[in-house]
Design a protein around this ligand. Structure first.
Ligand SMILES: [Zn+2]
Ligand SMILES: [Zn+2]
Length: 132
């Protein structure tokens, strides 16, 4: 799988996701992603190939247990990671260039989900921008 941030400075490659993929609806993932929820997939740290721009990644400690990496140039959310040694990277799925090697299989922290993203299936789809 290949992925990159919005500015293209951070680029990475890995073969496959090593565990299940979830949409996290907690308020920290929502704010980190600037979106309805954060979607993250697990990649073991030794399998992660940072091809360019690793030095651009800025770390924010969102709790004592975990930190989050984002691109210091464009602001893209890159990963969530526990602070324990050799913890896997929870890679933000929005960075991928192609479909993931596994489907998203869970919505987690749903008790914290706001109402506005709950009815996405009932909202009309447009192939491109809608005419206002
Ligand atoms: Zn960037
Ligand atoms: Zn979360």
């Amino acid at each position: 799988m290949n992925g990159s941030c919005l500015c293209g400075g951070v680029k990475f490659h890995f073969e496959k996701f090593d565990s299940s993929i979830a949409n996290c609806h907690c308020s920290m993932c929502r704010k980190f992603s600037g979106a309805a929820y954060g979607t993250f997939g697990t990649v073991n740290s030794e399998k992660m190939n940072w091809e360019s721009g690793f030095e651009l990644i800025k770390i924010f400690y969102s709790s004592q247990k975990a930190h989050r990496g984002f691109c210091s140039t464009c602001g893209s959310s890159i990963f969530y990671r526990l602070t324990t040694p050799n913890a896997p990277f929870e890679i933000a799925l929005g960075l991928l260039e192609t479909e993931p090697t596994k489907p998203v299989s869970a919505n987690i922290y749903c008790a914290h989900r706001p109402d506005w993203p709950r009815n996405i299936g009932a909202i009309p789809d447009f192939e491109e921008s809608r005419n206002l």
